[in-house]
Ligand binder design. Structure first.
Ligand SMILES: Nc1nc2c(c(=O)[nH]1)N[C@H]1C(S)=C(S)[C@@H](COP(=O)(O)O)O[C@H]1N2
Ligand SMILES: [Mo]
Length: 421
């Protein structure tokens, strides 16, 4: 294919992953993948294609130096091809709240929803359970994400709780099941992608049905016209283009939560866990694990900035020709957790022997990531092994050894970089 077309944004394609612009979405995608380029209109934010049918696109790490991930640069994850792609497809959109444990039924247009319910705004990180799955050793099946299956955004919407109160929920209900009829299975007999929430989580005041993302209508790829936002929990629950909320006494069997999106019991520290089936060895994934990511290095003397990732998000572990003895180096990154709040980010420049606390430079509520920075002086020639480690307010911290699990979830191993001076 003609790679020069991808250089328009001033970016160089170095290795691996195929890059394309956000404007190349929808019907043009197949042409891009097979190599024509006429669909490229705005190559400001190329995304990394992990799979093209269904679309699974990853955000390049350099984008994360922006506190809010721009909508055009936001990662995209679909389980099954076959979803509505254009806003016109949603002309007859309604949200339906129903089910055996709902006292009445409701069907609301977007306008009715906005007019009749109070709206709230919050910032929350949307992170795929399988972010960094591609780094698992031994390897596991699934989309081979590196570091960019996540984004931080401001969400505006109505509270799920207010809608549930509006229809009235039998207190004996177990919870809700949510899905989108705009994203049906393409092969007959395949299970619909649907997600359960226990009632206690569905009634959490932070769970929103969002219609704005960073102040704008969201792209159909990210859930237009309405998506569920479950702050602190992995994005698998954040159903896009949500059409149905079923209030249930029992969760109907479904592959996407009885089999997929499960973690082994007892292996991960978590507060909000959900033991759906006490006899099973595993349980549904819930909270995002505490984590951090180095985004860039700045040499304060030369003013040079280095993003230590290839454009397919492969980490560049060895950094050479960037610093000289006497230089001050700032390392900048992000840190986040499942909503308890980041307490400290510590940076080591000697391979983990000693740690210094980084400065938190920006935060926006407990469900948002934080930006942090740490400046150190490279005194003399040698290798400086730089690591960052986040700890949250309930004492959870990152691991040094991978907690391997068959689906490749919750990778939060401390990264390290060798800075050769
Ligand atoms: N309708 C629908 N919603 C969905 C999914 C899906 O396949 N279909 N995937 C979920 C998963 S696993 C993730 S990681 C997020 C991804 O959100 P994004 O595409 O906006 O980045 O959407 C969630 N919501
Ligand atoms: Mo996901």
């Amino acid at each position: 294919m003609d790679r020069r077309s991808f250089l328009k944004g001033g970016l160089l394609v170095t290795t691996g992953g195929l890059l394309l612009s956000r404007s190349a979405f929808s019907q043009d995608i197949l042409e891009i993948v097979t190599g024509t380029t006429q669909a490229l209109k705005s190559p400001r934010y190329p995304l990394i294609v992990r799979t093209s049918r269904p679309r699974n696109y990853e955000t390049p790490v350099y984008v994360f130096e922006q506190f809010y991930t721009p909508n055009d640069a936001f990662f995209v994850r679909w389980h099954q091809p076959g979803y509505a792609e254009r806003k016109e497809d949603f002309k007859d959109y309604t949200l339906k709240i129903k089910g055996p444990a709902a006292k009445k039924q409701a069907s609301l247009t977007l306008d009715e929803l906005k007019k009749n319910f109070r709206t709230y705004e919050l910032t929350a990180l949307c992170q795929c359970s399988g972010n960094r799955r591609g780094l698992f050793v031994p390897r596991v099946p699934g989309v081979e994400w590196r570091y960019g299956a996540m984004g931080n955004a401001r969400w505006v919407g109505v509270r799920l709780k207010d809608l549930l109160d509006y229809v009235g929920v039998d207190p004996k209900a177990k919870g809700i099941v949510v899905y989108s009829t705009y994203n049906p299975p393409v092969v007959e007999g395949q299970p619909r992608f649907e997600k359960p929430l226990p009632l206690w989580k569905a009634m959490d005041e932070n769970v929103l049905l969002a219609f704005l993302m960073n102040g704008e209508e969201m792209h159909p790829e990210n859930g237009y016209p309405l998506r569920l936002v479950v702050p602190g929990w992995t994005a698998t629950y954040w159903i896009k283009a949500i059409t149905d909320i079923d209030v249930v006494y029992d969760f109907p069997p479904n592959f996407w939560y009885n089999t997929a999106y499960r973690i082994p019991k007892g292996k991960f520290p978590q507060v909000e866990s959900w033991d759906m089936d006490p006899s099973a060895p595993n349980m549904p994934i819930t909270e995002i694990m505490v984590n951090s990511l180095v985004v860039k290095f700045v040499n304060e003397n030369t003013k040079k900035t280095l993003y230590p990732y290839e454009l397919d998000n492969t980490q560049i572990k060895d950094i050479r020709n960037f610093a000289k003895p006497g230089n001050y180096i700032t390392v900048m990154g992000i840190a986040y957790d499942g909503g308890y709040g980041i307490k400290t980010v510590e940076v080591s420049v000697d391979g983990g022997r000693t740690w210094r606390e980084a400065r938190i430079t920006k935060s926006d509520g407990r469900f948002s990531w934080v930006h942090w920075e740490h400046t150190f002086k490279v005194e003399k020639r040698g290798v400086y092994t730089v690591m960052a480690k986040a700890t949250n307010r309930v004492g959870q911290t990152q691991t040094f050894e991978l907690i391997w699990n068959p689906a490749g979830y919750h990778h939060n191993v401390v990264q390290s970089f060798n800075l050769y001076v």
